[in-house]
Write a protein that binds this ligand. Sequence first.
Ligand SMILES: [Zn+2]
Length: 235
Amino acid sequence: MKQEFRVEDLVIEWRENQRRKRNVGFLFQPNGRLILDTPPRVERAMLQSMVKDNLRWIRYRLRKVKEEARAHPPLRIQNGSHIPYLGDRIAVQWLRSDAVSVHRNGKVLEVCAPASRQVRRLVLDWYLARASRLFCRQIDRWQTLPWLRNRFQTWRHQYMTSQWGSCSVDGHLSFNTHLVKVPEHLVEYVVLHELCHLKVHNHGPRFYSLMREYMPDWEERRRELNGYQPILFGD
Ligand SMILES: [Zn+2]
C-alpha cells in the first residue's frame, strides 16, 4: 500500500511492509524523494513527527544520495559499458560468436553471443550466478557461529530496492542480489547481520554487542555500504 504526506517542501511516501516488525526504513531516492518502509498499521501522525524530528539529517542524506547519483548515472548494460562487480569496475566486451558464453578475464567481461542485443541479458544472468557463489561463500565463512545449527533454515537472493537483506522469525534469510556489485567485506557484514538476527530478532543492545563480538568494525562497514545505495536503483 502506498501513501504520502508532506513536511515543508518534501513529499514523503510510505509503504507498509508486512515483514517489518518495529523499525522504519528510510529509502533516500536519487530524485530527492524519501520513501519510508514501515511496519503495517503505523500512524501517519507518528511518521510525520518522526520526519520532523530528523529533518536536518533527512535533508543531508537526500542531498548526498542525489550527488552520488549524479556522479554515477544509472547504468545501461551493453557492449562497452563498465559494470560494478565486488567493488571493481569491469568492462563489458561483446565478441561475436555462435556459441553463448560469459567469461571474466581480469577487468574485462567477455560476452560471446551471436548478437550484441543479447549482452544485457547474459550479463544479468552472470550477476545472478556470481551472486549465488558469493552468498554461498559468505554463509560458509560464518558456519561456526554457535547458534546456527537449529535456527538456520534456508537462504535465497533476489533483486530488492529497499533492503540489503532480511531474516524471517522462522529462520529464512534473503539477500539482495545487488550486493554482488559491492566490495566483499561489505557483503560479509550484511550476511553476519542477518545471521545474528537468528539469535536476536531485533536491533537492541544485545544484537549490537553480538555484532561487535564477531565484527568489531561493523559500523564502519555499514557506513561504507550506505554509499552504495544508488546501485539499488540501477540495472
Ligand atoms: Zn537488521
